[in-house]
Design a protein around this ligand. Structure first.
Ligand SMILES: NC(=O)c1ccc[n+]([C@@H]2O[C@H](COP(=O)([O-])OP(=O)(O)OC[C@H]3O[C@@H](n4cnc5c(N)ncnc54)[C@H](OP(=O)(O)O)[C@@H]3O)[C@@H](O)[C@H]2O)c1
Length: 261
């Protein structure tokens, strides 16, 4: 799985989404992160087919939302997503958010779809260590390939990252740019000047250097390019620690079931 992907949340205009993905492919992204919830799976599939890039080179993620959890409904939701994407398979299918009812059944459906070859790997999103221990691993021995959760220098979630490492789950950072807020933080700006990079690039490099995947969103070609230009420099150990001090220990974003982590 490429550690850098383009996130397409909130790009609901089809032409804008297709154009952003084409720009991303031009700047060597090979990984696109969508979800049923984002209402742009059709655009993602269109951009993939138009690109002419060998399907095996691409990594396409989509996700199932809790309103579709359950045996029959999960299968139907997957088939609808695959139909909208108009692809033969999805590289990564994720449980978008854990809820009290139906998560386990949904995982079993995903395992079946994976065994049928319609999904290459299965993962989860927004799973805290507590959710994994109290819910997920009570019902299955299979370790999800990926856990995708909000993560950036201002919210580093050390326990979540350590848990993933211990279990062999790849941690993937969403909102890796903190939604573009705080890019003017003085310490971040100072580091950006030191390395001759932008604040956004420092935030992304910080995470990739720790072994996390990142899926920054932009619909502007110049930013899509900027966000990919993070593999030609290395942040020193000392400066990685400086970035860790920006952490504000924010609580996780609330999902479909308020405060249920
Ligand atoms: N699993 C989940 O529950 C979940 C939740 C949220 C997000 N996600 C995924 O994670 C992806 C990224 O998260 P996100 O979109 O919420 O936040 P983000 O990537 O942290 O930030 C995106 C914002 O930053 C701006 N931006 C992008 N590059 C920039 C740059 N180089 N300099 C300055 N500003 C820049 C974008 O504006 P422009 O577009 O105008 O450039 C946009 O407003 C989503 O697209 C989605 O795929 C998953």
């Amino acid at each position: 799985m490429p550690l850098l992907g383009l996130g397409v949340f909130q790009i609901t205009d089809e032409a804008e989404c297709v154009a952003a993905i084409h720009a991303a492919f031009e700047y060597d992204y090979r990984h696109i992160d969508t979800a049923k919830l984002y209402e742009n799976e059709v655009a993602v599939g269109k951009a993939v087919r138009e690109s002419g890039i060998d399907r095996e080179e691409l990594f396409i993620t989509t996700k199932i939302w809790p309103t579709d959890f359950g045996c029959d409904s999960a299968r139907r939701a997957f088939e609808t997503s695959l139909g909208k994407l108009a692809l033969d398979y999805v590289d990564l299918y994720m449980i978008h958010w854990p809820v009290r009812e139906g998560t386990e059944e949904t995982w079993e459906v995903m395992q079946g779809l994976r065994d049928e070859g319609l999904i290459r790997s299965i993962g989860v999103s927004n799973f805290s260590p507590r959710r994994f221990d109290q819910q997920f691993f009570k019902r299955t021995d299979e370790v999800p390939a990926v856990n995708q959760f909000e993560r950036h220098a201002f919210n580093t979630k050390p326990e979540w990252v350590a848990y993933c490492r211990q279990k062999g789950i790849l941690a993937e950072a969403y909102c890796p740019l903190n939604r573009g807020q705080r890019l003017d933080d003085p310490q971040l700006v100072q580091l950006a000047e030191k390395y001759g990079k932008s604040s956004a690039q420092i935030l992304l490099r910080h995470q990739v250097q720790e072994g996390l995947a990142v899926i920054p969103k932009s619909s502007r070609p110049e930013r899509i390019r900027e966000n990919a230009d993070i593999f030609d420099f290395e942040i020193s150990t000392q400066d990685m620690h400086v970035l860790d001090t920006l952490d504000e220990g924010k609580p996780p974003a609330s999902g479909p079931e308020e405060d249920w982590y």
